[in-house]
Design a protein around this ligand. Sequence first.
Ligand SMILES: *Cc1c(COP(=O)(O)O)cnc(C)c1O
Length: 369
Amino acid sequence: MSNAFVQHIAPGIDKLSPYAPGKPISELERELGITQPIKLASNENPLGPSQQVKQVLLDQLDGLARYPDGNAHALRTALAEKHQVKPDCVTIGSGSNDVLDMIARVFLHPGRESLFSQHGFAVYPLSSMATGATLNIAPAKNFGHDLEAFQSRINAHTGVIWIANPNNPTGTWLDHNTLYDFVKTVPPDVIVVIDEAYFEYVQKADYPDASQWLDEFPNLIVTRTFSKAYGLAALRIGYGLSHPDVADLLNRVRLPFNANSCAQEAALAALTDQDHIQQSIALNHQGLTQFAQGFEALGLTYLPSVGNFITVNVGHPADPVDAALLREGVITRPVENYGLADCLRISIGLPEENDRCLNALKKVLASAD
Ligand SMILES: *Cc1c(COP(=O)(O)O)cnc(C)c1O
């Protein structure tokens, strides 16, 4: 870039690369002329939203000319009840990414450090770098978060610590005592974010709900989303739970009307349809087993996952494998940008989609050998 204005861009922006999303189905159809591809690239719910949600959305059509409730009163009240907190502890975002970005904008700036794990979620460095803050990346242990490594990196400059539990793209998770004991050691002037985007999917007895620790830790922020188990990724709606003083700061940078009325109403309806969530979780569990067995049959190693995705080592640089899978009409997610160049992250789909993906993988790998 040689235009004169480039010299005046905000610190951190010059080193940023845009977030690389999973390939949309329409793009594959357009580029390769493939009909009916399947997308297992963005950890979406293959069942889609519940029937109740679809009905509520139809009822929204007449209201589209009006601005949404900028304070999302009804949704914040419902979420406060769900989590047993006060409504002023809830910050609504256009997806939880929006909340993550608000956190970075409030608590990071040049001279401050953003601390997260190797193989951590891509939005943490993106939002952090845009503020001009410095990245402090803790090496992973067995692909997961090494909280001792985190601890040794906390210093007077640390502004925000980001922990995805479970983590995307590794599917690794931290148990109650390990995470709680860590949060307890974090100085009170350092913000700890526990990103629970995949909370609903985790079926482990000692997996913690960090929102229950909010009373104890005013520097804790827990984020959740409607994009994954709730099946509302297109609507962009998620939220943060925190001390009201933190929420007050986040709300100062929150864009007006950041959550649209369709998203607010759909989220409210989705919360009441827990049967749909249960069905989604059961289907996911079955799919995780299907992939694990499929990978074992192919002699591939994978990272055992508690999320709605699974990362597999294809034994070669994954980019050409991804390209070959695309030609078979299967969209998965190469994770080279996460430092996992030989791996693909595959979202759990419907049983027949999982089968189609495994068969395509078998075919593609056989011709690569
Ligand atoms: C998908 C995901 C999110 C949620 O993104 P939304 O903006 O809510 O759609 C947040 N954190 C992680 C780790 C994720 O994988």
